[in-house]
Design a protein around this ligand. Sequence first.
Ligand code: HXC
Length: 288
Amino acid sequence: MTSVDRNPFRAGLLEGRTILITGGGTGLGRSMALKCASAGAKIAVVGRREEPLKATVADLEKMGARADFATCDVRDSASVRSAFNKVEEGLGPVNALINNAAGNFLCASEDLSDNAFDAVVKIVLYGTFNCTRELGQRLIERKATGDVLAIVTSYATTGSAFVLPSAAAKAGVLAMMRSLAVEWATYGIRLNAIAPGPFKTEGAFSRLMVGELEKQALKRVPSRRFGDHDELTNLVAYMLSDASPYQTGDCVTIDGAEGIFSGQQFAGFAHLDRTAAKEMMSAVKPKK
Ligand code: HXC
């Protein structure tokens, strides 16, 4: 396996982009902020907690990037509007959005309270709608083109046991991106999604990969490793760039083939020593 190229793009690939990233103070959102800034974008990070947002902006400024933050609860459309107003004052008009903020926890669905279901669906589905509508309205008003990217998960299309609110909300987000890709094409607004498999972050792994689950998850990836943040953020930068203007309404999976592994009847052979696997297969081959 070759190692990931951490800086494969020409300087200035994302020049002219002002990208607002929800949940941009920590985890994958922070990694996306750093990558897009290194490709020349201006960056606005929003989230509920000021401290990680400030720290991320300080790191972006150390790189020489233009950056700002606003505290914001994406569940609240008024809070989203003020966040856009605040960062646009400092950075100028936002023309790209990464819907990255998410909420999730493991819970048997029969035990979910009203509030528990609400908390996740409101962050993921309503939050994505609030931010996407806010950017859409601003772009349409200014007669400007722009890009929206939603970070879903590989289970947005299959569903997933024990994370039902997240699975239902992510499926809704995917439908939202695909619906708007058609509806807003006339305004020159592109909408796409990325469906990552497991990429290590404190937020997701502390809530989801409890006990044996991390080991089990690793076993489902044919290469037996989780994704590297740069692999995901390289894809993000590409999908927000002018390299792919015809790509819209799309969802790109990046999971090391984890998703299809589970659906392939004989995939287990891929985890065996190849000589042992061949011996097992030839044992059932008819003798001549
Ligand atoms: C059951 C739970 C629960 C749990 C919270 N609740 N955690 N119920 N099991 N583990 C219930 C609470 O009891 C409460 O209901 C309701 O949910 C709201 O909880 P609050 O803590 O008041 O809400 P809030 O502070 O808004 O927190 C939202 C959150 C939290 C979603 C619950 O986890 C959060 O802020 N998460 C953000 C970060 C995150 O989750 N990152 C991971 C995303 S990873 P009651 O009835 O008691 O009032 C991801 C990708 C998956 O999505 C890919 C995997 C490989």
